[in-house]
Each structure stands twice: as structure tokens, then as C-alpha cells.
Design a protein around this ligand. Structure first.
Ligand code: CA
Length: 237
């Protein structure tokens, strides 16, 4: 389930957005100003943020700029909401780092379509689309992982954390992810969970992948973290 943080001080609008998003299967948190938004993001990174431009205190644009300047939040999917329809404002919003921009009033249909488009592009691990890497197939809808080995479709049994971890790796192949990044993106918490937790779950994941002969899919990159690589060397178990 994708989590969305809604930063909107007009409670009627915030509530309407929240109801519609929850109905569409999103997990929604609503906050009313920049400080609250920052605290929410410090705790757990959401999959996407809907950020109102006009907020009491620090504006949405300032907040977007700050998030884009920090490593942890640089890639956060972000859609700006605004009552302004001027071209110049739209450009300011996008320049501040918004991935997309919606002018109020907007339809729920359009909001959902924009959210899905931004997630597809920036956080595919938060969507229910099946992914396949080197014959290994993961389906979030059925929570099944399997791989064809010879004539046989081998089921891979993984726990819930290993499933999320594998899903994240498969949707972000060939990139090195540090332990802190993995904690943020897979566990949603980089502060209260120890980094060696990642090592424990990577080990379990490799063990789970061994019967499907692809435990070598997840590489350790010394001093940096982990990477899923499709450059198959011999991965026979
Ligand atoms: Ca507002």
C-alpha cells in the first residue's frame, strides 16, 4: 500500500483529498503546516507528498526547496497543489522541485492519475505492478515470487520484509543502495532501526532465492551497500 502525506491547511480540502485517496487504497496522513510536515518526514518517508503552496508560516515552495536540497528527501515524489493558475507560478513550483503540479479545483480522477504517474516514474515499488528480472517474477498483488528453472516454475518463499526488500531491489536495479537508504525506503525508518538489520534480511533473502538459483542477484558493494544486478555471472546455487 502506498503512503501519501497531505500537507494542506484548509481542513475541508485536506479531508476531501484524504477520503478519496483512502478509498483508492492509499494510506494517508494529513498535516496542516510546514513544521508538522517536516516532523512527519523526519519520522517516516512517505511514498509521495501532496504539498499545498499556500501554507501558514513557511510556504510549500520553500518546503519543497528544502527537501530537494537534502540527500534523504531529494528523490521524494512530490506533487504541488495550488489555487494559482498562472504560468509563472507553475514554473516556480516545478523549479522548486515538484514532480507535478495541480491547480485547484481539480477532480479526484485527475489527482489519482497524476499520483500514479509520478509513483510509476519515481517509486514503482509502491505500486501493485508485477516485475520481472532475469526470469524472477514478483507479483505484489498476489505476493508471489517465482522463477522458471528448466521446465519447472519454482516458488520462492520469502517473509514480508524480504518481499518488500526484493520488490525495492527489483524496481531499482543496477543502483547501489546504502543501508540507510534501504531502511528509509523499505522499512520507512532510518533512525530507530540498526543498519545491520539490513544485512540480516539480505542474508535471508539470498537464502530464500537459492532454490530458484538466483541468490547471486543481490550483490554486496563493499563500503557502499547493496545492488541488484542483472549482469548474470554464474548464479547457480
Ligand atoms: Ca492553503
Amino acid at each position: 500500500m502506498s503512503s501519501v502525506l497531505v500537507v494542506e491547511d484548509e481542513s475541508a480540502i485536506a479531508e476531501l483529498i484524504a477520503i478519496n485517496l483512502r478509498h483508492a487504497g492509499f494510506e494517508v496522513t494529513v498535516v496542516a503546516d510546514a513544521d508538522e510536515a517536516q516532523r512527519a518526514v523526519d519520522r517516516v518517508l512517505p511514498d509521495l507528498i501532496l504539498l499545498d503552496w499556500m501554507l501558514p508560516g513557511q510556504s510549500g515552495v520553500q518546503l519543497a526547496r528544502r527537501w530537494r536540497s537534502e540527500a534523504r528527501t531529494r528523490e521524494l515524489p512530490l506533487i504541488m497543489l495550488t489555487a494559482r493558475a498562472e504560468e509563472a507560478d507553475k514554473i516556480t513550483g516545478l523549479d522548486a522541485g515538484a514532480d507535478d503540479y495541480l491547480t485547484k479545483p481539480f477532480s479526484t480522477k485527475e489527482l489519482l492519475a497524476r499520483i500514479r504517474a509520478v509513483l510509476r516514474r519515481k517509486a514503482p515499488e509502491s505500486l501493485d505492478t508485477a516485475v520481472e528480472v532475469n526470469g524472477l517474477r514478483l507479483d505484489p498483488a498476489t505476493r508471489r515470487v517465482s522463477r522458471r528453472v528448466g521446465d519447472e516454475q519454482r516458488e520462492v518463499k520469502v517473509g514480508p520484509t524480504e518481499f518488500r526488500l526484493l520488490h525495492f531491489f527489483m524496481t531499482h536495479p543496477e543502483r547501489v543502495h546504502s543501508r540507510a537508504q534501504l531502511l528509509d525506503r523499505v522499512w520507512g525508518d532510518h533512525v530507530f532501526i540498526e543498519e545491520r538489520t539490513v544485512d540480516v534480511h539480505v542474508k535471508r533473502l539470498r537464502e530464500a532465492l537459492a532454490p530458484a538459483e538466483c541468490s547471486g542477484l543481490i550483490e554486496t558493494v563493499r563500503g557502499a551497500g547493496y545492488r541488484l544486478t542483472q549482469q548474470t555471472r554464474s548464479v547457480a546455487a
